[in-house]
Design a protein around this ligand. Structure first.
Ligand SMILES: Cc1cc2nc3c(=O)[nH]c(=O)nc-3n(C[C@H](O)[C@H](O)[C@H](O)COP(=O)(O)OP(=O)(O)OC[C@H]3O[C@@H](n4cnc5c(N)ncnc54)[C@H](O)[C@@H]3O)c2cc1C
Length: 517
């Protein structure tokens, strides 16, 4: 594309997670010169892979929803996603195991789900309640599309700018957001079955936040998943960054790994470039930081007025962290689907431990991914590359996971045997690895080991994250799970697209000039 406002910009992207890659691709597709600097040896950030003894494990994200976001990034460059990866749909989407021995599959067809819930629940009206919830979820999804998505938003005022004058239609949309209500409250006002409610609550775990403290607008996630489905990329989730890296290189992005950025150079008004740990400096017209937004300010802009303004604006809380067990099994469990949740007995107690007390839950919910059903090559014949994720509190000073993990591993395996029907699991393990909150903290340089950026807590402002365009420093843009619109693969990909689009729009509007060589 020919730049209408003079020369193309020279842009630095700090961090090559999914958001950094999405920003780099979007900017390069718009004709800008892009250099991506990543401290690790690989790009993709949390979407990493672990291979051991013939088993292949996705290390981080495994549930891919909203493929339309990924498609939009490829279409920026007039490319088709299908030419870069094979996606297969998964429906049923989740299999849910409850402490009382009952099992419920989440399927995308709302009518069939209604019928299934009426059979599953002793409470009359469970199916109708689910249908009612999904109608509200659809409405919330639509409002999110209109006010939050595909643009840089940092607070209520930004959403109003988008909606234009405060018309009755806007007021209706705002009221439909059910501000002041929590996810858990809204779910239970519709669905009279506690197990079904616990299942629906878990959409909030996609953003690492307590359903009891998160705003009801997040109930829109349920409809996002039902509408577009759950997908598995052949090759694992790792196929997503691999495809994005290929696209980025085709578009001329200069990708440099093992480069640790230690500061963002600026003159107090505008970004000038970055400095790396080895003392190298890069001059840039703009910087997109895919590093955690709080750490971008505290570490890369340490001691500056920009940092002070950011810290003063709002206190952000890290989202939850997690323990992941990667278990190579010599025999798979045939009763598992690709995605499974083994639920805690008491969600209120579980969330209280994780989000209020800051302690690992003694009876946790375990997410279990058994991908061999979709791609047998992940394990030797008949085996399974079992992935188990249990959410834990974000890192506190008193947590020492090198001491806590052995005991918590037993809690998790006992839970899988007791509630998930995985009897004799210890005898099937032939190889094993794990990731703890400390590992997550160090590998991805996140805030207190948070998996999903910043918590969405606060019934009014919880959904808002730092805007993609810095309010405090010209030429600084934020992308990733700790920036708008938040965490999870589709949202961080959108975050990267928004950051790239905003840089480009600012350039077109004459607010960013090409000066760096
Ligand atoms: C165990 C786990 C399970 C998950 N499950 C799911 C799931 O099923 N579905 C889903 O949608 N999401 C899931 N998520 C969340 C999802 O993975 C993240 O929201 C998303 O991948 C984050 O992408 P990102 O680009 O924001 O950040 P990251 O992936 O963290 O990338 C940031 C990159 O920046 C680099 N970096 C940071 N600072 C610097 C610096 N100073 N210099 C150079 N490089 C730097 C880091 O090394 C990293 O590579 C999961 C996450 C984890 C950890």
């Amino acid at each position: 594309m020919i730049q209408q406002n003079g020369r193309s910009l020279n842009i630095g992207v700090v961090g090559g997670g999914l958001a950094g890659l999405a920003a780099a691709c979007t900017l390069a597709a718009r004709g800008h010169r892009v250099t991506l600097l990543e401290k690790n040896e690989w790009v993709g950030g949390k979407a990493a892979v672990h291979q051991q003894d013939g088993y292949r494990f996705d290390m981080g994200p495994t549930i891919l929803t909203l493929p339309s976001v990924l498609k939009r990034i490829f279409s920026e460059a007039n490319r088709k996603l299908e030419d870069y990866m094979d996606l297969v749909p998964l429906d049923p989407q989740w299999r849910c195991f409850f402490e009382d021995g009952s099992v419920l599959d989440l399927i995308s067809d709302i009518q069939k789900m209604r019928e299934n819930l009426d059979k599953f629940s002793k409470n009359p009206g469970a199916g109708a309640g689910y249908e009612r919830f999904m109608q509200i979820s659809k409405q919330l999804h639509k409002v999110s599309d209109k006010f939050f998505f595909w643009r840089s938003v940092g607070g209520i005022a930004d959403t109003m700018e988008v909606g234009g004058a405060f018309s009755p239609a806007v007021l209706k949309d705002v009221l439909s957001l059910r501000m002041g209500r929590s996810v858990a409250g809204l779910v239970r006002s519709c669905v009279p079955d506690e197990r079904a409610a616990q299942m629906i609550d878990h959409f909030t775990q996609y953003v690492g936040s307590s359903p009891e403290a998160s705003p009801a607008v997040l109930c829109g996630i349920a409809h996002m998943q039902t509408e577009e489905g759950v997908w598995y990329p052949i090759g694992g989730t790792r196929a997503v960054p691999v495809a994005l890296e290929k696209l980025a290189r085709e578009l001329g992005v200069d990708i440099r790994t093992s480069i640790d950025v230690v500061s963002i150079q600026n003159d107090g008004q505008s970004v000038r470039g970055v400095t790396t740990a080895s003392g190298e400096t890069f001059q840039f017209d703009a910087v997109v930081s895919n590093c955690d937004s709080v750490r971008t300010h505290r570490e890369l802009l340490n001691g500056t007025a920009t940092e002070k303004k950011f810290e003063k604006r709002r206190k952000y809380e890290p989202a939850c962290s997690g323990v992941v067990l990667y278990l190579g099994l010599n025999q798979k469990y045939d009763h598992l689907l690709h995605h499974n949740f083994v639920f805690s007995k008491d969600p209120h107690e579980e969330f209280d431990y994780i989000y209020r007390q800051g302690k690992p839950a003694p009876d946790p919910t375990a997410y279990v991914c058994a991908p061999s059903i979709s791609e047998p090559a992940v394990a030797p014949p008949g085996g399974e590359a079992l992935y188990i994720l249990v959410h834990t509190p974000y890192l506190r000073p008193e947590h020492d996971w090198s001491k806590m993990l052995p005991e918590y591993r037993e809690v998790i395996l006992d839970k899988l045997e007791r509630t998930g029907g995985m009897k004799g699991i210890r005898d099937r393990i032939v190889c094993e690895a794990s990731l703890t909150p400390e590992g997550i903290h160090k590998r991805y340089r996140v805030l207190n080991g948070a998996i999903y950026g910043l918590a969405s807590h606060g019934k009014y402002l919880g959904a808002f994250k730092p805007a993609n365009r810095s309010k405090d420093l010209k030429g600084l843009y934020l992308a990733g799970g700790a920036a708008h619109p938040g965490p999870g693969m589709p949202m961080v990909l959108m975050s990267g697209w928004i950051a790239g689009d905003t840089v480009d729009n600012d350039h077109q509007a004459g607010q960013l000039a090409a000066t760096a060589t």
